[in-house]
Each structure stands twice: as C-alpha cells, then as structure tokens.
Design a protein around this ligand. Structure first.
Ligand code: PMV
Length: 318
C-alpha cells in the first residue's frame, strides 16, 4: 500500500519575534509544497530519499539511522521522528519532493513533517483532525529542534492566511483577493534560537525600551489584519515597512537583508521586510503590479522567486 500527501511552506507576514512574547502574528501558506510518498515494503528497514537535496537515509529496525548525500541530512530527523510517533509495521520507502528552499525560513521542515504524518496516518487506516495533526507535527518539531513555535506547523496544516492570536489560538482569515509577493533569500540562514535569545537579552537589559517595540509590533499586526481584509495596498505596504524598522530596532537585521529590502523598494515594492527570524534567511517584497520588475532586480543579487497564497493546507493525493 502507498500514500502520498503534500503540505505547503509558509512565510511570516507580520509579528515574528513579538509572537514569542504572546503577541499576535500573521503568516500565510505559500504555493510551494513538500510532497511525501510513503510505500509499504517487505523487510524491516525504512529507506528515505530527498532527491532535490541529495539526501538519503536508511533507518534500521533498532532505530539506527545511516545517511548519505551532500545535502543537509538534519532534515531526515523530522521524518524519522514522525515514523516513531506513527509507526507502521514492516519496511517503508519514503520519498520527498521539495519545492520549498531549505534553510530559508519558509517552513520546509514543518511541511515535510505535516505531509509525512498525514501519509502515515493513511497507511495506518486512521484519520486525524487538523488540530490534532498540527499539534502532533509541532511535537515532532519540538523533539527535533528543542524549541519551535506552533506557527509553521499550523500554517502548513491549515493553509491560507493564518492569524495566530497571542495565546496560541489559530484563526484562518478569508482574503478577498490574491497576495502577490516576492521572496529573496541570502545564501546563509540566521540561527533562530540565537536570534530569539538575543532579543530576550536586549529586553532584559532595556525592558522599558523593548516592550514598547513589541507592543508597536502588535499594533502593526492588528492593523495589517484589517488592511489585508480591505485589500488596502497602501496601508499594507506602510505596515510592512514599519515592521521592518521595528525588527531592525530589535537587532535582527543584517546589512545583506537591509540591502535586499531597499533594493526591492527602489524597484517599486510598496513594502518589504525580513520574514522569519532574521540574521540571514529571507525577505519578502509586496509589489502589486510590479512583481516582475522587483523579482528581476532581486535576482541580480540573490535567489528570488514569486510566491502566492495557497488556500490548500495539507492534503492527500491520489
Ligand atoms: O526561523 P523562522 O523563519 O521559522 O521564524 C522564527 C519566528 C520567530 O518568531 C523569530 C520565532 C518563533 O518561534 O516564532
């Protein structure tokens, strides 16, 4: 028997870092997915391949993992952890196709985890509702990474535009139209744990300075929710730029990210900002009617591609 599931990657539009302090965040599922095929085989080994990353692994019956390839083998841990939580008797072949760049802050590990758990659930002839699935996937991320917010797995599971309330409640927002964005990413990625710790350190040192920044981020996210629903391009652009300034004030910007942010704006983006933890990784640019121009400009310097909203969360495929 064989099961195939796919799940989208994500970008954070507003509220990264502030979300750690129970402020709201807005994130969206993007039209780039992880596709996971799981096939039952005889034997007792689990073969895992991710051809796009040149990563392969074999999980033996005793839980020992052997890996090969030139890519980032750490990604295998999410899959083996998922198999540990939802075991299937006998051997398996697991093949992952990835359209999401790895290490760019676009939730590739969450998408792989959510899709793997869904395919395994199908093989076990069980079903999980989306809330239970998102929470199981978050558990996998916590076990592999030590710390992770529930945002990536929630967005990958539910799809669409997600408003994460300060207390962790996930709300899917309806968006009347499209949301064309360009993502550009640097060749290295910041370490999320270290960046979060850096913000905490500055907050401990200067609480009366940093707390108002986090509160301003909360106001930006709340206002952005309204602007998105009203399709107010001008306000949305302004809020992205304000959010960028606040992230810079928190100390997570870098000269490379800043350069891309301003490059995008000079090419016509209405707004642009870091997306995710910062310190490297990606920026997003919002350029209604000028996406191609901004894309071309960013591609002269870094890897860049257009992304759109994906309404489709995790799904089983034929
Ligand atoms: O590293 P990313 O792109 O998954 O973003 C991390 C977002 C933070 O708010 C900085 C941390 C978190 O756990 O929410």
């Amino acid at each position: 028997m064989r099961a195939v599931a796919s799940a989208p990657g994500k970008i954070i539009l507003f509220g990264e870092h502030a979300v750690v302090y129970h402020k709201p965040a807005l994130a969206m599922a993007v039209n780039r997915r992880a596709r996971v095929e799981v096939e039952e085989t005889g034997g007792d080994q689990i073969f895992i391949t991710l051809p796009d990353l040149d990563v392969e692994g074999v999980l033996g019956p005793g839980g020992e993992l052997e890996f090969s390839g030139t890519g980032k083998v750490g990604i295998l841990n999410y899959i083996t952890q998922a198999v540990k939580l939802l075991p299937v008797p006998g051997g398996l072949k697991i093949r992952v196709k990835l359209e999401i760049p790895i290490g760019a802050g676009m939730g590739s590990s969450a998408a792989i985890t959510v899709a793997t758990l869904t395919a395994l659930t199908q093989l076990r002839r069980e079903s999980l509702d989306k809330t239970a699935l998102a929470s199981l996937a978050h558990q996998v991320e916590l076990e592999v990474q030590g710390a992770a917010s529930p945002m990536d797995t929630a967005v990958s599971t539910h799809g669409g535009l997600v408003y994460l309330h300060g207390q962790g409640e996930v709300e899917n927002l309806e968006l009347p139209g499209e949301l064309p964005l360009v993502v550009a990413y640097t060749s290295y990625r910041g370490n999320t744990g270290e960046l979060v710790a850096g913000v905490r350190h500055r907050r401990d040192l200067y609480p009366r300075v940093v707390d108002p920044i986090l509160e301003a981020m909360e106001m930006v996210t709340q206002r952005a929710r309204k602007a998105l629903q009203e399709e107010d391009e001008e306000v949305l652009g302004d809020l992205l730029n304000i959010n960028q300034g606040l992230l810079d004030a928190l100390g997570v910007n870098t000269p490379e990210l800043s350069r891309m942010v301003y490059l995008a704006r000079s090419a016509g983006a209405r707004g642009s900002k870091i997306t995710g933890a910062g310190g490297g990784g990606s920026i997003i640019a919002y350029a209604p009617g000028k996406t191609q121009k901004v894309l071309k400009k960013l591609q002269e310097e870094e890897e860049a591609f257009p992304v759109g909203l994906s309404h489709q969360g995790v799904e089983l495929e034929d």
